[in-house]
Design a protein around this ligand. Structure first.
Ligand code: PMP
Length: 409
């Protein structure tokens, strides 16, 4: 019993810690650029109008709150498969995989839940227990993978001095990777850098994956945030599907989330899809996924997945959602441009901002500069120099740009 008194204090979550410190600050000009959740130009969180309409319709039609399946509802699974792998009926390779029963999909507790489920699955069934993640990556990736029992190691990704992708070292570190290990790839809008690979660069990486027999695990938390159109952001998936159909890559997994692109954050709506080598394998994997999930949380929540089902089964709502998403991404890009325009380029080259995509600006500012921004200007963000663009709007962009210019001077 005494051992309960020996439990040490755990460090607070970095991003949530920023929100706490922000709350305490009495400066009326304070800005919170920590959390990666959308805010409108008034600094307020929103519900997508398409989502609100789907909820209105659910309120009228829903007659029960029964449990869904261990792996979610069948309609949700096929909607997700068709949406991601089949580009809504436009992708031949994806269609072949779906038609051939080579994709197993389970609804999960958003993107984090899907990462955890696949990490546990890999610990049970992948021959190698090592997972290579980009340096840097979303901090929770490492926590999820190591908690599940995988051994997380970095591969080179970003050059902090050049403020650019470090492609030469990226390929080198993957060439040096242990065969049959897992490699984590961000589908688009890499978190935190905002820098993605070009199709030509993906081609090189996919070639190394084949040579080293690496197992690709794709995380897609920001589908739609690169181009404004979710169907345009799945180039990596379309290409890897072709390679799977050609037999060059046997299989891979994909974690997906509707948190950002449908604004369903707290509804915890996402999925894990495992692309398999055969329908027989699919059957076994499906059964093992259920066996893994049942004692963990039994079944996923239903409200978010019903919203997704409602939107995808109504062409008008679907159109409206694509418009909502495009607007959200449009605002982020406008703000990114505005900030870039207002930054002083005499002492610092800010061109990397124009190449980054997604929810974040990865400034390249040092830890000292980030601390100065916080202490002198009440600008709160993670010390790695990442700004969540959502926190920037017409009322604070001048103040922010001026603060950055002062700190860089
Ligand atoms: N992957 C990445 C790269 C993310 O940035 C996030 C959210 N910050 C997630 C996964 C998971 O998000 P959620 O669990 O809210 O779907």
């Amino acid at each position: 019993v005494a051992r309960w008194n020996e439990i040490p204090l755990a460090p607070p979550d970095k991003i949530l810690g920023i929100a706490e410190a922000f709350k305490e600050d009495s400066n009326p000009k304070k800005i919170n650029l920590g959390v990666g959740a959308y805010r409108n130009n008034e600094g307020k969180p929103i519900i997508f109008p398409s989502v609100k309409n789907a909820e209105r319709s659910l309120l009228e039609t829903e007659v029960e709150k029964e449990y869904t399946g261990i792996n979610g509802s069948k309609p949700f699974q096929s909607i997700v498969q068709n949406f991601i792998f089949n580009n809504s009926n436009k992708d031949a390779a994806g269609a072949k995989l779906i038609g051939g029963n080579r994709i197993v999909t389970a609804q999960t507790i958003s993107g984090t839940g899907s990462l955890r489920v696949i990490a546990d699955f890999l610990v049970r069934f992948n021959s190698a227990k090592k997972i290579y993640v980009p340096k840097p990556t979303w901090a929770n990736h490492i926590a999820v993978f190591t908690d599940a029992g995988l051994d997380a190691e970095f591969y080179a990704y970003y050059d902090n001095n050049a403020n650019d992708l470090d492609f030469a070292n990226l390929t080198k570190s993957l060439e040096d990777a242990d065969p049959e290990s897992v490699v984590l790839l961000h589908a688009c809008c890499h978190n935190p850098t905002g820098m993605d690979l070009t199709p030509e660069q993906w081609e090189v990486v996919l070639e190394i994956i084949q040579q080293k027999k690496l197992y690709p695990l794709i995380d897609m938390a920001y589908q739609g945030f690169a181009s404004g159109n979710p169907y345009k952001d799945i180039g990596l998936i379309r290409r890897i599907n072709q390679l799977v159909v050609e037999g060059k890559i046997p299989s891979y997994s994909l974690c997906q989330s509707f948190a950002k692109n449908m604004g369903l954050y707290g509804e915890r709506t996402g999925s894990i899809s495992i692309v398999t080598e055969s329908p027989e394998q699919s059957k076994a994997i499906d059964s093992q996924l259920k066996k893994l999930i049942r004692p963990m949380y039994s079944s996923p929540p239903i409200h978010g997945s019903k919203i997704v089902e409602t939107i995808f089964s109504n062409p008008e709502l679907l159109e409206s959602w694509l418009g909502d998403l495009d607007q959200v991404v449009g605002r982020l890009n406008t703000v990114r441009d505005k900030l870039y325009q207002k930054l002083d380029k005499t002492n610092y080259n800010w061109d990397h901002l124009t190449k980054q995509r997604g929810m974040f600006v990865y400034t390249g500012l040092s830890k000292e500069q980030m601390i100065a921004l916080r202490e002198k200007y009440s600008v709160y963000a993670t010390e790695d120099g990442r700004f969540s663009i959502s926190g920037i709007n017409d009322s604070n962009v001048d103040y922010l740009a001026n603060a950055i210019n002062e700190v860089v001077r």
